[in-house]
Ligand binder design. Structure first.
Ligand code: NI
Length: 255
């Protein structure tokens, strides 16, 4: 049983939690979870994210328009989200980014919405939470141009790309994928990654670590991800969790 778990990326407003959301969230502190950042993906989920952060002390909010929602998001949506950043529980602009795997939105629009939100994050002095799926070149182009502080979440690239991101002063979010049997690249990334650049995350309800892969993920499952990372790094699991908690507090400005 661990303590001090900081889940830097979850979606508890997802409908897969509708049946037992409050019961589950209320049980997480007994399972060692101390902080969660819930991420919005459009205007509607930015509102539900903020409502969760206002209801629960240990939940913080990241607000933004995801690559998948870039086409549907209107000018008005972007402006309405921008007004919500004033709330003191908002700690990041996210999740934002590019997804060329699904291409749910045209790439030009994805880039336009991503770029605009990076600029806004810099103006507000907030970190970004970045989704990069099969869009590494364009993602890096924008990160190098604007140099935001932040994290590339659910990192799926090579150790080489991880180095580039670390060089920019950014963090890397490692989730359940590192526990998967075919997880060669994520393990290589963890082997390379300096401990002070590592964040733990779930992407709940998705990306459930082994041995629960395929079931609904929640923040308590981070224990399995942390065990795998600690084993790879050759350090104590609780020590790893504590370091990642400090990293997250430093990045997101949480006392
Ligand atoms: Ni996500």
């Amino acid at each position: 049983m661990y303590s001090n778990i900081f889940d830097t990326h979850a979606h508890y407003d997802d409908s897969r939690f509708d049946e037992d959301r409050d019961e589950l969230l209320s049980s997480l502190s007994e399972k060692g979870v101390s902080h969660i950042i819930n991420c919005g993906c459009d205007f509607k989920s930015s509102l539900t994210t903020l409502a969760l952060a206002e209801k629960y002390d240990f939940i913080y909010a990241a607000l933004g328009v995801h690559a998948h929602e870039a086409e549907e998001a209107t000018e008005e949506d972007l402006q309405k989200i921008a007004e919500l950043y004033k709330n003191e529980k908002v700690v990041a602009v996210g999740e934002i980014g590019l997804d060329y795997h699904y291409d749910f939105s045209p790439r030009e629009r994805q880039i336009e919405v991503f770029e605009r939100q990076i600029k806004l994050a810099n103006e507000l002095d907030l970190p970004v939470i970045v989704h990069d799926r099969e869009a590494h070149e364009d993602t890096m182009k924008l990160l190098k141009k604007y140099r935001p502080k932040g994290v590339v979440h659910c990192f799926s690239g090579s150790a080489e790309s991880a180095k580039e991101i670390v060089k920019l002063g950014m963090y890397i979010g490692i989730g359940g994928a590192v526990t998967f049997k075919n997880a060669k690249k994520p393990v290589e990334v963890v082997e390379y990654l300096p401990l002070d650049r590592l964040l733990l995350e779930t992407d709940a309800p998705y990306m459930t670590p082994v041995p629960f892969r395929g079931t609904r993920c929640d923040s308590a499952h981070i224990a399995y991800t942390a065990e795998k990372i600690a084993e790879t790094k050759g350090i104590d699991v609780q020590e790893l969790i504590d370091i990642c908690n400090e990293n997250a507090k430093r990045l997101f400005g949480i006392a």
